[in-house]
Design a protein around this ligand. Structure first.
Ligand SMILES: N[C@@H](CCC(=O)N[C@@H](CS)C(=O)NCC(=O)O)C(=O)O
Length: 361
């Protein structure tokens, strides 16, 4: 039995829960609030989710948690055996984790119906014992999230349309994929599907405004969210694509133009010691976004995966990884040292939040 500290409304808790259900791993969902001291001491950072094994060890960060759990399964892996397809899956997981986060927070907290629904649910779930009226708890939550993760993360009148377009583009690409097959890369879910469940399950598929957009524009994606939630490993060979098709290529192009461009700017800012920086993504200028040491580590991990590929896999991938953004994967000019988890102990490391101590400062 795994103890998972998180929330029924949390992005990365949804990703982990989908995986645990897929593998039929028993877990108990516990609140983070009220257990902060224990979590901080055991896991290094208070974030959702963190998990505790029966032997007392703590696990942090959904990406290494999934990798660690999956390596222990006596069943076909969610990481594709083909090295090129494995890289595609890892890149899409990171794009889902770190790029779609901004539109997910924007839709949740910028739209009135969404923020009142979510703040009410979070107030009940997380802040129950706090001696304040429910309305006051909701106001506290809305202020923290809106100023921290929306306005504090570069969403302004100038960038809002681009932020929303990021969601719509993902929906369009995924709708094309799910018109052809059940999961992103074939007949079984890979880590790319689990990664995309982060934004798609608890935010876009559940918050009123983006969920209505999903139902109208991409009913195939809406059905895939339910399919993923209900998916159980069968033990059969995964039946994945022999190579990237045009539908996945469209998503990869978007991931390069957005997420890899963001990782490049973030790494450059980190090297220069900047706590905030400007970035231009697909022609849209974001001012003073917070620099993330955690995302420097994400880039290091992707670069490590790229460096481990043989020439055949690289040749298969290069046409789908457009420059100049994808250069960040192989060009040493973009290398930046996070100094995070140097002993490679994740998910049993001392974790850090994506931004400083939680919300951007
Ligand atoms: N990289 C981590 C990110 C976890 C994370 O940032 N979770 C959010 C909630 S979904 C959180 O706890 N944010 C901290 C805060 O709001 O202070 C993972 O993949 O698990």
């Amino acid at each position: 039995m795994l103890r998972v500290y998180g929330s029924r409304l949390s992005y990365y808790t949804g990703k982990l829960e989908t995986y645990l259900r897929y593998r039929s791993i028993d877990y108990e969902l516990l609140p983070t609030v009220g257990n902060e001291r224990e979590i901080l001491a055991g896991a290094g950072a208070v974030q959702m989710p963190v998990a505790k094994l029966e032997d007392g060890r703590w696990l942090s960060d959904s990406t290494p948690i999934l990798a660690w759990l999956d390596a222990r399964q006596d069943a076909p892996s969610i990481y594709p055996g083909d090295p090129a397809l494995r890289f595609v899956a890892l890149l899409l997981e990171d794009y889902a984790d770190e790029w779609l986060w901004r539109p997910a927070m924007h839709y949740r907290w910028s739209f009135r119906p969404d923020r009142w629904y979510v703040s009410g649910a979070l107030a009940d779930e997380l802040l129950g014992p706090m001696p304040l009226p429910r309305f006051a708890k909701q106001c506290l939550l809305i202020r923290r999230q809106l100023w921290g993760f929306v306005r504090g993360d570069g969403v302004t009148r100038a960038t809002r349309a681009h932020v929303e377009q990021g969601y719509l583009t993902a929906l369009e690409a995924l709708e094309t994929v799910f018109a052809r097959r059940r999961f992103l890369l074939g007949d079984s879910p890979t880590v790319a599907d689990f990664g995309l469940m982060g934004p798609m399950l608890r935010h876009f598929g559940q918050d009123p405004t983006p969920a209505e957009i999903m139902r109208r524009r991409a009913p195939g994606v809406y059905a895939w969210v339910a399919r993923m939630w209900n998916a159980r490993a069968t033990g059969k060979p995964p039946g994945l694509l022999p190579a990237v098709d045009d539908a996945v290529a469209a998503l990869l192009r978007e991931a390069c133009e957005t997420h890899l461009a963001q990782l490049r700017e973030n790494a450059a800012a980190h090297t220069r010691g900047l706590t905030r920086h400007d970035m231009t993504i697909q022609g849209c200028r974001y001012a003073r976004v917070p620099t993330s040491r955690y995302r420097v580590w994400c880039l290091e991990e992707l670069r490590r995966e790229w460096a481990a590929l043989d020439e055949r896999a690289r040749d298969a991938l290069r046409p789908h990884l457009p420059g100049p953004h994808a250069d960040v994967l192989w060009d040493d000019a973009h290398a930046s040292a996070s100094g995070y988890d140097p002993e490679r102990r994740a998910p049993f490391h001392r974790a850090i939040n994506v931004f400083g101590t939680g919300v951007p400062r």
